[in-house]
Design a protein around this ligand. Structure first.
Ligand code: ATP
Ligand code: MG
Length: 351
C-alpha cells in the first residue's frame, strides 16, 4: 500500500541514518509503537511486531512503547481494569525481551504535551480522509457500541501524535496499522509544508506475519475473543488451538489466499520452529487438521515456555513495573515538551 512500508526481510541496516528534516533528530534511529491496554498480548502481537521491536532494540535503536490508554475508549464506553491491563502489557514486554534500561514505556494519559499535538494535527486532515480509513471501518464493524464516537474517527490522528512527538523513524506494526502510518506521514508532510521542517517521515515495518488470524479465522485481536495470549498456560493453548477454525481437506498445504485458516496454523508452527511454512506443510502431508493442530500446539508451547517462565517471575514484583512506568512517563514528558515547544514556535505561538 505505502511506498515507504517495508518488511523484515527488506529492512535496511538498522543503524542506517534515515533522512529527516527534524531539528532535534535523535542520535540513533528511534522506534515508536504500542498496544492498547485492552488485554494480554497474543501471538499476533508477538510475531507481528514484538519480535521486531526487541530485535531493533538489541541492534541499538531507541525504543519507545506507548500504552495508549485513551484509545481504549474508541470502541467501548469505559476502560475496564485499566491498571491491570497496563501492568500486564509491561510484563509481556519484559518477558519478550524488552530491556527496561534501554526502552521508554509510557501511557498516553501521563504525557499531556503529546496529547496537545492532536489539535494542530486534526487541522491538517479532512473529515473525508478520516472517514475512509479501512481499519477504522473494520473496527466500527466489530465495535460493541451502539453509536460511533468521535474518538473512533480521530484516533489515527492521535496515533500520529504518538509517533511524531518523539520523531520516530521506524514503526514496527501489523498490517492493520498501514492506513494510520500513511496518515501520519501525510500529517508530518503537511505540517512541515505549512510551518517549516519539524517532523520526519516515519517508515512502516511489517514482519513475516503482518496479519495473524485468530481461532475464528479473522484478525487475532485482544477484544474479539479469538486470541491465544502469550501468557496462556500450555493446556489453554492446546484447547484454543484445538478449537481453531480449519477446513476439511486432509492434505495440508501452505496457501494463505486459498486456505487462510490452515495456512495460518502452518505459518504459526513455522515461525515457532524457525522454518519455512512450505517445509512444515510438506512434512505434515496427509495428516489432516488434527495432526496440524497437535504440531502447532507443541511448537507454540515449546517456543513460549521461556517467555512464560520469565513473565511469571516478573509478575512477582509489580512495584518494579510501576517504577518502570514512572520513569518512562518522565522521559516521554521531557521529549513531548521539547517537541511541543518546537511546534508552538513553528506555528508562531507566543512564547
Ligand atoms: P484490540 O482488539 O484491543 O484492538 P489488538 O489485538 O488489535 O487489540 P492492538 O493493541 O490494537 O491489538 O495492536 C497493537 C499492535 O499489534 C499493532 O501494531 C497491531 O498492528 C499489532 N497486531 C495486533 N493484532 C495483530 C495480528 N493479529 N497480527 C499481526 N499484528 C497484530
Ligand atoms: Mg487493534
Amino acid at each position: 500500500m505505502s511506498t515507504t512500508s517495508t518488511t523484515t526481510s527488506h529492512l535496511p541496516p538498522a543503524a542506517a541514518p534515515v533522512a529527516t528534516p527534524a531539528k532535534d533528530r535523535p542520535a540513533k534511529n528511534r522506534i515508536l509503537t504500542g498496544d492498547r491496554p485492552t488485554g494480554p498480548l497474543h501471538l499476533g502481537h508477538y510475531f507481528g511486531t514484538l519480535q521486531n521491536r526487541v530485535r531493533l532494540q538489541n541492534e541499538g535503536m531507541d525504543l519507545f512503547l506507548v500504552i495508549p490508554d485513551y484509545q481504549v475508549l474508541t470502541d467501548r464506553d469505559v476502560a475496564d481494569r485499566l491498571t491491570e491491563h497496563v501492568e500486564g502489557l509491561v510484563l509481556d514486554y519484559l518477558a519478550a525481551g524488552v530491556d527496561p534500561s534501554r526502552a521508554t514505556i509510557f501511557t498516553h494519559s501521563a504525557v499531556p504535551a503529546l496529547n496537545q499535538l492532536l489539535l494542530p494535527f486534526l487541522s491538517l486532515v479532512s473529515v473525508a480522509e478520516l472517514g475512509r480509513n479501512p481499519t477504522v471501518k473494520d473496527e466500527i464493524a466489530h465495535s460493541r457500541q451502539a453509536a460511533v464516537s468521535g474518538l473512533m474517527f480521530t484516533y489515527p490522528a492521535h496515533q500520529a501524535a504518538d509517533i511524531l512527538f518523539c520523531k520516530a523513524d521506524l514503526v514496527p506494526v501489523g498490517k492493520d496499522q498501514e492506513p494510520h502510518l500513511e496518515l501520519t506521514r501525510t500529517i508530518a508532510r503537511r505540517f512541515n509544508e505549512r510551518y517549516g521542517p519539524v517532523f520526519p517521515q516515519p517508515r512502516t515495518l511489517l514482519s513475516e506475519a503482518p496479519l495473524l488470524l485468530g481461532t475464528d479465522g479473522t484478525k487475532m485481536s485482544k477484544s474479539r475473543g479469538n486470541s491465544i495470549a502469550l501468557r496462556a498456560s500450555s493446556d489453554d493453548t492446546a484447547r484454543l488451538i484445538r478449537g481453531a477454525k480449519t477446513d476439511a481437506v486432509r492434505r495440508i498445504s501452505y496457501d494463505p489466499e486459498g486456505r487462510p485458516e490452515v495456512s495460518n496454523l502452518v505459518l504459526l508452527t513455522a515461525l515457532c520452529q524457525g522454518r519455512s511454512p512450505y517445509e512444515v506443510a510438506a512434512e505434515l502431508g496427509d495428516g489432516g487438521a488434527a495432526r496440524l493442530k497437535a504440531v502447532a500446539t507443541e511448537a507454540v508451547n515449546a517456543h513460549l515456555a521461556p517467555l512464560r517462565a520469565r513473565r511469571a517471575e516478573y509478575a512477582q514484583d509489580l512495584s518494579y513495573v510501576r517504577g518502570l512506568l514512572r520513569a518512562g512517563n518522565a522521559r516521554a514528558n521531557e521529549v513531548a515538551e521539547r517537541t511541543l515547544a518546537e511546534v508552538r514556535e513553528a506555528m508562531g505561538s507566543p512564547s
